[in-house]
Design a protein around this ligand. Structure first.
Ligand code: BMA
Length: 318
């Protein structure tokens, strides 16, 4: 059974009490490796009363040691962002850097409805808002876009994975919040939504959601995701999609690759959470970045070839 190996230096980012907006919690970090620098965006909490999230920026040369910028990278600015911006996920599409992030329509404690927005950046300092990209009322988060997609016909399409929590029941052909796939003619306009991956095992029985933007490998699109059990334990798993026909699942982990075990994953602002939100490849190793217990940022690694072989082997489904 394959497992991700936690970095010895975990947690790699902890709250900074001297910086108000990230003084209580820093978690759910996403990364982008541009070949020179590993850029990171992470969710930050500076107070518990309203629990409004902001997004911070850090960078690294080795994927383990990150230096942070003092200023907030993205703060709630527009009307639809007012109650917090959460869980940034970075991706490159046609050489441009995008970030999806969750936006709330009300304070966390007032049971807000949830959407996901998209922004674009050239420098990780300025973020051009492209608006909400999910369907109103779908309670949609865990949204990532594919890097670039050439379909069977060679026709260029944009593809998205998302998790609309409200799309459950017979009319949606899924009993639990599932990972959906959609196609679009631009990065902001998606259609042809279909359920792709549904909860199957006990560790993911309550709901599942994608963690990181699909990683293009020789064997297929590698996707890391999270699953939540009925007792609210968050774990990480993976699946592999066909390169040309991403609606085809080539392999999927039956058991989690990482579950809460360490103190920093078991105890925090929300206990028992391993929430993968970022990944990059360094020296043929897959670095998976995750939020632990909604409190700190961590990383765990696996040999890229090993995880691909595993996903394509019978061992994966035992
Ligand atoms: C999800 C999101 C994440 C969070 C996780 C565990 O629904 O809100 O930001 O890390 O729950 O609490």
């Amino acid at each position: 059974m394959l497992q991700l190996e936690r970095a010895k230096v975990n947690p790699i980012l902890v709250p900074d009490e001297s910086n108000w907006w990230e003084s209580k919690a820093v978690f759910n970090c996403s990364v982008l490796n541009d070949g020179k620098t590993i850029h990171m965006l992470y969710r930050a909490i500076g107070e518990y009363e309203d629990y409004v999230s902001r997004i911070g920026y850090a960078s690294s040369n080795d994927g383990l040691s990150f230096s942070r910028r003092k200023e907030v990278a993205i703060y709630p600015e527009l009307g639809y962002e007012r109650y917090g911006i959460e869980d940034p996920r970075l991706m490159t599409i046609e050489e441009k850097t995008y970030v999806t992030y969750v936006v709330l329509s009300n304070y966390v404690k007032n049971n807000p409805s949830i959407s996901t927005a998209l922004a674009m950046t050239d420098d990780f300092s300025h973020y051009e808002r492209l608006g909400i990209i999910t369907i109103p009322g779908s309670e949609d988060k865990d949204v990532v876009l594919f890097p670039k997609f050439n379909g069977e016909s060679g026709f260029q399409r944009y593809m998205m994975l998302h998790r609309p929590s409200n799309w459950v029941g017979p009319q949606y052909n899924t009993e639990r919040p599932s990972i959906w796939i959609a196609e679009g003619d631009s990065v902001t306009n998606f259609e042809k939504h279909l359920p792709l991956v549904k909860p199957e095992q006990s560790w993911e029985a309550l709901k599942i959601g994608v963690g990181v933007s699909p990683i293009k490998t020789k064997k297929g699109w590698l996707v890391i995701y999270h699953g939540v059990s009925t007792d609210h334990v968050y774990s990480a798993g993976a699946f592999l999609l066909d390169l040309k026909e991403p609606h085809k699942i080539l392999g999927r982990t039956k058991r989690p690759l990482l579950s809460p075990e360490e103190d920093y994953e078991i105890k925090g602002d929300v206990n028992n959470v391993v929430f993968p939100t970022g990944a990059c490849i360094l020296d043929n190793k897959l670095f998976v970045y995750y939020g632990a217990a909604d409190k700190v940022c961590c990383v765990a690694t696996v040999d890229l070839q090993d995880i691909l072989d595993y996903l394509l082997s019978p061992a994966c489904s035992i």
